[in-house]
Design a protein around this ligand. Structure first.
Ligand SMILES: [Zn+2]
Length: 372
């Protein structure tokens, strides 16, 4: 586990954890003092404490661990593994002998951590954008039940398979419905409102704006969805070549959308919440976002791009932004502070858990300072 030891040489606080302190962003000439130890139930039992000489904030070596303030720090890495191995949260809870809410909290924390970790690579990934065609496509899923469909739109490198970003959009339930289902939909919509029909265009535009640098030539492949066309018109990207493939075209390796079709198949395979006809579906939109953030980090940094040719590296290696394959331990090595990372507004909202599900009665925005 990536918990810090209390040995004097092993750990040096990298910066002041207090966001209001002068030495939060920049630690040159920062001074702190050791301030004894505290004992906790989990291993290692003895934790070194410190105090910032500038703002006087007390902290410990644990303050810089992603397991900070967790009662079961030992579960963070196993839960990450279970999460990307296609287990449902209740299954995971049974496996570790804890209640479902504990797993939910750990997964939310992992989700927030992974949102930030992904942002750390954004600049490097952007610099490589022009070197391969990009593919954008949506995966249909839902949260809270079949009446609340979602579209998870991803943007992926065609050769590297690197996932640059994703947006999750509420959709209106469509398709074939029985009379009873139509009545229920109408009742829900009357009570809870209807998802904005323009939301997909808006979210796709946001996805493209965040990810496509204006001065770089881009080749973008999508299917023929009208929302994509509208978003691209509004984007006004002077150097963007848009190629479309019919969504009914055979989904073979020759299909220009192959990388994202494979990616989405893999999403369904690895995340219990996206399996068809499952009871393990996400109960909240925010949970879909967190879980996909975890999946994205794992897919980009940890998992080989090709199952058959693992020697060809992870998507991040193929894109040229990391040199080696990361372990999950490395992913979870250090706590990341949202106050120290440049984050697009949408991601900041995801981090705060601001994507409310209209069908949930009580949902909390993440405002807990200690549990970050
Ligand atoms: Zn300080």
């Amino acid at each position: 586990m990536p918990t810090h030891t209390t040995s004097r040489d092993a750990f040096k606080p990298p910066h002041c954890p207090n966001p209001d302190c002068l030495f939060h962003l920049e630690s040159t000439a920062w001074r702190f003092k050791r301030a004894g130890f505290y004992h906790r139930e989990a291993r290692p039992h003895r934790i070194q404490r410190y105090r910032c000489s500038h703002c006087r904030r007390a902290f410990s070596s644990q303050t810089f661990s992603p397991t900070y303030w967790l009662r079961r720090p030992d579960l963070l890495e196993p839960v990450f593994r279970a999460e990307v191995a296609g287990s449902g949260h209740r299954q995971i809870a049974r496996q570790f002998g804890v209640v479902h809410a504990t797993i939910q909290r750990l997964v939310d924390r992992l989700g927030r951590h992974c949102l930030l970790l992904h942002e750390l690579s954004r600049k490097k990934a952007r610099a490589q954008l022009a070197h391969e065609p990009l593919i954008m496509d949506g995966l249909g899923t839902f949260a809270g039940g079949q009446y609340w469909p979602l579209e998870l739109t991803g943007l992926i490198g065609a050769a590297s398979y690197y996932s640059h970003d994703f947006v999750v959009t509420e959709r209106r339930r469509g398709g074939t419905m029985t009379e009873l289902q139509k009545k229920r939909r109408a009742a829900y919509e009357q009570k809870l409102g209807r998802p904005d029909p323009k939301a997909l265009t808006r979210d796709v535009l946001e996805l493209l704006r965040t990810n496509l640098p204006a001065a770089v030539p881009i080749e973008l492949h999508t299917d023929e969805k009208s929302e994509y066309r509208t978003a691209l018109k509004r984007l006004h990207h002077p150097e963007l070549a848009h190629e479309t493939t019919h969504s009914k075209a055979p989904r073979t390796a020759k299909n220009p959308l192959f990388a994202i079709n494979a990616h989405h198949m893999f999403v369904r395979h690895s995340g219990a919440n996206h399996k068809r006809e499952t009871v393990a579906f996400s109960k909240r939109i925010q949970a879909v976002i967190h879980r996909h953030a975890i999946f994205q980090v794992w897919r980009n940094l940890v998992k080989a791009a090709s199952e058959r040719q693992p020697e060809k590296g992870t998507p991040a290696q193929r894109l040229g932004i990391t040199r080696v394959r990361w372990s999950i331990g490395r992913v979870l090595k250090a706590r990341l502070f949202p106050t120290r990372i440049e984050i697009p507004e949408r991601v900041r909202q995801s981090y705060r858990g601001a994507f409310m599900s209209r069908f949930m009665r009580r949902e909390r925005v993440h405002g807990l300072r200690r549990a970050y």
